[in-house]
Design a protein around this ligand. Structure first.
Ligand code: ADP
Length: 155
């Protein structure tokens, strides 16, 4: 099913100059960029986004890390995009992530782990709304879609 997922290039990607290399992986895979913007996150949006971690002892480190530089938010569209992007992302801790994944190739850390990627359709819908206004997401289709998918794989 065609889906849109949310990716955030964290300060670990922005500060280390890895945005281009990571973005290139999504483009060459065949995902479509439908939105992209740089922004600064504040405590209130991070408390919402990481609500499941607010009580953890390392939450102050998340706040510090995610506000260190601007981040870049991205909407990516594709068949099964949510699962595909998560599998390209790899395990949370870069030291445990498989080589070949983004975290496995670019990160040595559980916190400084390069990108965030939505983990379920419910999360993706809520996160896209959290970081983008509806009109900021372009619902366009690349002309070469026939060479990315077979006709029975697009809807
Ligand atoms: P994921 O980013 O893989 O979806 P989680 O939702 O569990 O993982 O965690 C969100 C983010 O919080 C992680 O990407 C990481 O930046 C940070 N984090 C999670 N667990 C830890 C931990 N044990 N120590 C430090 N930071 C963590």
């Amino acid at each position: 099913m065609m889906e849109t997922t949310l990716v955030i290039f964290k300060p670990s990607a922005v500060a280390r100059g890895l945005v281009g290399q990571v973005l290139n992986r999504f483009e060459r895979k065949g995902l479509t960029i439908t939105a992209m913007k740089m922004m600064r996150l504040d405590e209130s949006i991070l408390r919402e986004h990481y609500a499941h971690l607010v009580e953890k002892p390392f939450f102050p480190l998340i706040l510090r890390s995610m506000t260190a530089t601007p981040v870049i938010c991205l909407a990516l569209k594709g068949n099964d995009a949510i699962r595909v992007v998560r599998s390209m992302t790899g395990a949370t801790n870069g030291r445990n992530a498989e080589p070949g994944t983004i975290r496995g190739d670019f990160s040595m850390s559980g916190q400084e782990n390069i990108i965030h990627a939505s983990s379920s359709p419910e999360d993706a819908a809520a996160e896209l709304k959290r970081f983008f206004r509806p009109e900021e997401i372009e619902d366009w289709t690349p002309q070469n879609l026939d060479f990315i998918y077979s006709p029975d794989e697009t809807d």
